[in-house]
Design a protein around this ligand. Sequence first.
Ligand SMILES: Nc1ncnc2c1ncn2[C@@H]1O[C@H](COP(=O)(O)OP(=O)(O)OP(=O)(O)O)[C@@H](O)[C@H]1O
Length: 308
Amino acid sequence: MTLAAPLAGSAATKDRSFLVIFNPTAGGRRRRRLDHALAALEHRGWDCEILETQARGDAEALARTASGEARASRLLIAGGDGTINEAVNGALSAGAKLPLGIIPLGTANVLAAELGMMDMGDAVDAAAAGAMYTIWPGRANERNFVLMAGAGFDAHVVATVDPALKRKIGKLAYVWTMLRLAFRFSFPRYRVRVDGVWHEAASVVVSKGHYYGGRFVLAPRARLDRPEFQVCLFTKGGRWNLVRYALALPLGLLPKMKSITLLPAREVVIEGPEGDPVQGDGDVIAHLPVTIRLAERPLTMVAPARRG
Ligand SMILES: Nc1ncnc2c1ncn2[C@@H]1O[C@H](COP(=O)(O)OP(=O)(O)OP(=O)(O)O)[C@@H](O)[C@H]1O
């Protein structure tokens, strides 16, 4: 996990209640997994009230209201990284007063991996009795993100992937979309200002977490709890380099490639084709040109206590 020190004290509180924001779109399986997790939490003395999203945007509105009302002692987001991203935006806009936990039910669940959750048991343990950590989200123009934001080929894949296909075949939907897009992508160049210094790249990922696309390391030094980014510049574009990047990522070789530049940063500006998509946490959250800074305030998250 990429978290250093937990906040003083454990996550145990007197008022043991969760407001659970749940994205039910992936069908019955998600619901069954959630029911198991909540039964385990209730067994451990936690009250859980479920609020289901009906449409895109609901998780944000529900988290905003819940944070304002403080109706429960914690928020628990049950869904994928996209639903968590929405809830984080809602919580931050209402002052981020409640600690946030997650029940990972998505396709990639990168945040769960980043927080050190290996399985649903870890997620339940963390929610019930984990440690509290201060997380520094980033902000791309008007939208916050927890894991990463970027422009280039991967942002176009995110913008193109069919949500229904994602629900049907999971991560393979990204592979399919990548293959289709690779044949018609024009590989534009992007100008990237990293803490005042301009660079050029074929693709950019501004990382808060060190994983990318699952449990694959892209930015080894990135940490959720550090108020800075690691910027990953893919300096070479074109189809052949795309294949090299795609093969190197699962092998853990991407950060060592010559055509990858990794830089720490506090502020990143990306310029390129006007209106090009910017992905954040796996959804389109902005369009070029974009300025990426830290969020206005940090977030408290409940995660597994550090082992060892
Ligand atoms: N009830 C809903 N109906 C339609 N869309 C929704 C609903 N609730 C949430 N969403 C949207 O669905 C998107 C995808 O959902 P979610 O992130 O939970 O799963 P996922 O895409 O499978 O996981 P991951 O983001 O890890 O790939 C989110 O970005 C969110 O905005």
